[in-house]
Design a protein around this ligand. Structure first.
Ligand code: UDP
Length: 312
């Protein structure tokens, strides 16, 4: 396989690079580094099957030679990015997806869109199945991301139906692991850096809202299986092990043996109250399910955060 990964210098994209290179494939990363980082892929520079091109996929997309697969992972993805990069997020989901699909059509490549559980918004169906249409506020602070991804899914299906491009849509639920930005703003980087630097843990609201956290290695395995096997309909990939944010804070405190206190801060607008993937489709069609517990995932993540906190 000669694979293009948009957003390959990001958190999930860079882990995908590692696994695909290990499996013997050639990897071309396109990234504009607005939220990605060269630090995530610096260990790959000099690898004979790896190439990095600094490119904004919303502007222009040209890759020389054969391309067999495109993983379209590019987008800022933390709620903290939404007010900072609203137009870039809308552009990469719309124009960027259009350009990446155009490249897939031109090269005869198979295409995978990294979509999100955010397409379900603040859900009324729990756990979320792929046939649920969601409850999204288009004009709220999360709308820029949610609607960009919903548009991206529609564009992906249009290229599949109109041009016969082989496509996949993965709806990614909360994921964590090494290389998440220290100042990412999402709950795990916040709690972990707070524990490791002896600061209070900032729980938003009363902490009763739930999420379901998947370790990045499990997620990447699911994405690769989906690319290989299909279907073209969306597939949830995530860990159905649902916990409250307050429980998550306690788990991170225990894993880091931190004595940081927990403080409560206002709940951001439109923050989903519950989230848990129904992964029946992934189980049945891909034979995939997550294997790594939150505790084990934290043990694998903490050394990476410790190393970077000492550096910074
Ligand atoms: N959250 C929190 N404290 C933080 C950061 C986030 O309590 O310092 C909460 C946030 O309000 C949400 C959950 O943790 O309910 C997950 O937030 P995150 O930003 O990680 O991603 P989301 O799942 O909302 O996209």
């Amino acid at each position: 396989m000669r694979v293009v990964i948009t957003g390959g210098a990001g958190f999930i994209g860079s882990h995908l690079c590692d696994v695909l290179l290990e499996d013997g494939h050639e990897v071309v990363v396109l990234d504009n580094l607005i939220t990605g980082s060269l630090e995530n892929i610096s260990h790959l520079f000099g690898h004979e099957r790896f190439r990095y091109l600094k490119m904004d996929v919303t502007d222009f997309l040209h890759v020389e030679g054969e391309v067999t697969h495109i993983f379209h992972m590019a987008s800022p993805a933390s709620p903290a990015d939404f007010p900072q990069f609203p137009i870039q997020i809308l552009k990469v989901g719309s124009l960027g997806t259009h350009k990446a699909l155009g490249l897939a059509k031109q090269k005869g490549a198979r295409f995978l869109l990294a979509s999100t559980s955010e397409v379900y918004g603040d859900p009324e169906v729990h756990p979320q199945t792929e046939d649920y249409w969601g409850r999204v506020n288009p004009v709220g602070p999360r709308g820029v991301y949610d609607e960009a991804k919903r548009f991206a899914e529609a564009m992906t299906m249009a290229y599949h139906r109109t041009h016969g491009v082989e496509t996949r849509i993965v709806r990614i639920f909360n994921t964590f692991g090494p290389r998440m930005r220290l100042c990412d703003g999402r709950v795990l980087p916040n709690f972990l850096t707070q524990c490791l630097s002896g600061e209070p843990l900032t729980v938003y609201g009363d902490g009763s809202q739930t999420r379901s956290f998947c370790f990045v290695d499990d997620l990447v395995e699911g994405i690769i299986q989906l690319m290989a096997k299909g279907p073209s309909d969306p597939v949830n990939i995530g860990n159905p092990n649902e916990i409250t944010i307050l429980e998550f804070a306690e788990k991170i405190k225990a894993a880091t043996q931190s004595s940081s206190e927990i403080v409560f801060r206002p709940l951001p607008q439109d923050d989903p109250k519950v989230r848990r993937p129904d992964i029946t489709r992934a189980r049945n069609l891909l034979g995939w399910e997550p294997k790594i517990s939150i505790e084990e995932g934290l043990d694998r993540t903490i050394p990476n955060f410790k190393a970077r906190l000492k550096m910074s």
